[in-house]
Design a protein around this ligand. Sequence first.
Ligand SMILES: Cc1ncc(COP(=O)(O)O)c(C=O)c1O
Ligand SMILES: N[C@@H](CCOP(=O)(O)O)C(=O)O
Length: 468
Amino acid sequence: MRYLSTRGEAAQLAFDDVLLAGLATDGGLYAPFAYPHVAPKDIAALAGVPYADAAARLIAPFLTEEASRAALPAQTAAAYTSFRHRAIAPLTQIADNLFVLELFHGPTLAFKDLAMQLLGRMMNDVLEKRNLRATIVGATSGDTGAAAIEAFRGLPRVDVFILYPHGRVSDVQRRQMTTVADENVHTIALQGTFDDAQNILKRLFRNQTFRERVCLAGVNSINWARVVAQMVYYFTSGVALGAPHRHVSFAVPTGNFGDVLAGYIAKHMGLPIERLIVATNANDILARALATGRYEPRGVTQTQSPSMDIQLSSNFERLFFDACARDHAAVRAAFASLDQSGAFEIPAPALSAIRAEFDAMSVGEAETTDEIARSWRDAGYVLDPHTATGVRAARARLAQDPATPVIALSTAHPAKFPEAIERAIGHRPRLPDALAAKLEGPERFTVLENDEARVAAFISERARAAAA
Ligand SMILES: Cc1ncc(COP(=O)(O)O)c(C=O)c1O
Ligand SMILES: N[C@@H](CCOP(=O)(O)O)C(=O)O
């Protein structure tokens, strides 16, 4: 398997190079030349298989080098040992044909751990094989940062710099990042939004001198390996509900579009998915884009689901690339228009292709609170506010099609957002003891203005790869 950039002007790479490259040099995102097909009998054979083994089977066709394929089962076996639930990603039913896929049993209580724990191991092995160091720079609206820090802290070949929007993540999310004492971890509280942080990150990737000087690598979902690792739980949960013999739909709380894109990849690999339902909070660019055909970011609104306070959804570019029949020029033109005039029109055939597979729904603040209260009242189940948007969208889908089960992805543990939960149900959920103890330490972070040059200088001064 080889990879090409959505914008068509960067070198074509093998998987291990894509893993280290992050963003393509032309500003595009890497995608495989084709999605590997999983035959119905091989989907059926995943029933009862431990999660780590299913991951190894499903991810292997995306790897290019034989040696990396041989190393994969050991990497997946190690990746999920720190999870608190034996099933890794268990399903719980909360209403007729409505299931919650719990993706928060990893060390940082969010779905990011499922990919990041594996990515950390894969990246470390490639760096060792090549005798390289890397500087990982990540942008986070709250969860990617903690998961990346947990996966890479203390590794001798890696320094991690995480940019988070100052004052716009929950206290638990911030403490998960800032109380980590390892010297290779650096947290930057950026005076801006997540979109500002991600813009700086993308500009750093396009600055070839900086990129080479610090051996820049990325662990956001611009990194293809993240998306591939997230594809696995669509298969395991679909199979648990009867795939390949039965169709299911998925409702996915969405911000940067990585998680729902992983569902799209699973579908194109052969998993019978009826609908992919994009649930957003008040930051509704994706719902508006699907309704109107115009992709047009507005200012970011702060909500009780802060990890989804995103307007510029990176991975939409990968979907757009496919929807435009992989026409690089159309992708370049659209994203040039976004840079220059702040919007682009989705061509009619591409919009039809997207609408054929996706629904989208924006869920407001009052509805989110109402959904947390309802699921608690009716099913005794506490949803985190991100998951609540997905469950609300799942209920809307079930009202139209009650016969097809909907799996709502539960992307975070409710204890990460105690105020939102207390507002809805009158009490705060408990943090798992091991995590609560970890968050007690002193906090360490640097506040930086929203300025690429300041951030680049901060990283250059501290990155050991730059000094080597
Ligand atoms: C808890 C939570 N839910 C949902 C999302 C949205 O996921 P994605 O950015 O992959 O669309 C995020 C952030 O990524 C998150 O942290
Ligand atoms: N919600 C995310 C934003 C970054 O998303 P990613 O999937 O591209 O890493 C977060 O919590 O940081």
